[in-house]
Design a protein around this ligand. Structure first.
Ligand SMILES: [Ca+2]
Ligand SMILES: [Ca+2]
Length: 368
């Protein structure tokens, strides 16, 4: 190069350029990479979130479908139970004998049906009149023992310390049931307290009886609550009543009901309930062996009649109130269980049979 003119542009020394200035393109490429990574991360997050949402949506849909399918099977089982009960009523009418005992088809063991999708449907029927009806426990003697099933408006008596005659037939049977368990053991005095608390729970005032319990008692509970001041709508309400321990509730629950008219079907009642039928002047239950003897005497075919039941060796020498004893029923419990897609569901249906029809009074997957 000819550099005769030092000022010539060509002859000027090159300017020093900072190194970082020289790598400007590299910086831009780095920034672009970071942006690309951010976009990728964002997109990945969105895809994962959408995938989770979609999976959740699919699971919800599948759960809803399986639940609907399970419910449809259970309702089908309930319809089948109604058909069986209507057939029984027709057979009773033809035989001119209104009677419901454990030899009849409806009372048979649970039948299990396989279902197409895999899994099963099973169902059974129980007589709710084989249990003690607790919604008559609030009735006074004047309204309960005149044959109205204890559903009169009368307030129960203040009973703690009263004699046996103060109690209605239903109340005596309930007091005996409370005392009939090997575990937990309940004394007659404690049984009276529980009965009194039940009466306060059901009556329409907030004035506690001598040993009962009203709002003033339950307000101290954690969380606090109030007495219902109405009849029980579910046996599970008993858990809320004063002095009813969880252990005693579990013992009592299989033998009581809120459905019925107060009559007790001697043909279907289990031994524990039959033990509540004792001499009128006794508040203690029959012994365990006496209860088992009554079940053995009943056999598969049942007692010939209520009179034959009262004349049985266990009861023959006792004065027992014939009132509220029956050998037929209008109230049944259908229990259905189904398994679909490895998921199980249960349905309890309270059924009332009357005049050639069976109506569903309540459906529940839990307490009834
Ligand atoms: Ca029948
Ligand atoms: Ca009350």
């Amino acid at each position: 190069m000819n550099c005769r003119n030092a000022n010539s542009r060509r002859c000027r020394p090159r300017r020093y350029r900072p190194r970082c200035y020289r790598s400007g393109r590299g910086r831009q490429r780095g920034a672009a990479l970071i942006v690309a990574m951010l976009v990728f991360a964002l997109a990945t997050t969105l895809v994962v979130a959408m995938s989770s949402e979609f999976t959740l949506f699919m699971k919800r849909g599948a759960n809803s479908f399986v639940a609907s399918q399970a419910h449809a099977y259970l309702r089908g089982g309930e319809d089948l139970a109604k058909m069986v009960l209507i057939q029984d009523e027709e057979a009773d009418t033809q035989a001119n004998l209104q009677r419901d005992d454990l030899s009849e088809l409806w009372a048979g063991p649970a039948v299990t049906y396989p279902i197409d999708e895999g899994g099963f449907l099973t169902g059974s029927i129980q007589d709710l009149s084989g249990r003690l009806y607790i919604n008559s426990l609030n009735a006074s003697r004047s309204s309960a023992d005149d044959g109205d099933g204890g559903q009169g408006p009368g307030r129960g008596l203040a009973i703690t310390g009263d004699g046996v005659e103060a109690f209605t037939t239903s109340q005596r049977r309930f007091l005996r049931l409370l005392q009939s368990f090997e575990e937990p053991q309940v004394s007659e005095q404690d049984a009276r307290l529980i009965l009194e608390a039940i009466q306060d729970w059901m009556d329409n005032d907030s004035n506690p009886s001598d040993f009962g319990a009203e709002d003033s008692y339950y307000i101290d509970a954690e969380p606090s609550y109030r007495a219902a001041n109405r009849q029980f709508s579910s046996v599970s309400e008993l858990r809320m009543v004063a002095y009813m321990t969880p252990e005693l509730y579990l013992a009592v629950e299989p033998y009581v009901t809120v459905w019925g008219d107060g009559s007790l079907n001697i043909q279907t009642a289990p031994a524990q309930v039959l033990r509540t039928i004792n001499a009128d002047d006794r508040l203690e239950p029959l012994s365990e062996s006496e209860g088992e003897a009554l079940v053995a005497l009943r056999g598969e075919e049942g007692f010939e009649s209520v009179e034959a039941f009262l004349a049985s060796p266990v009861l023959a020498n006792l004065t027992v109130d014939r009132n509220l004893l029956s050998e037929d029923t209008d109230y049944f419990l259908y229990t259905g269980q189904v398994e679909v897609a490895d998921r199980q569901a249960t349905l309890y249906s309270v059924l009332r049979r009357q005049g050639g029809q069976v109506k569903t009074l309540m459906r529940s997957s839990g307490a009834f």
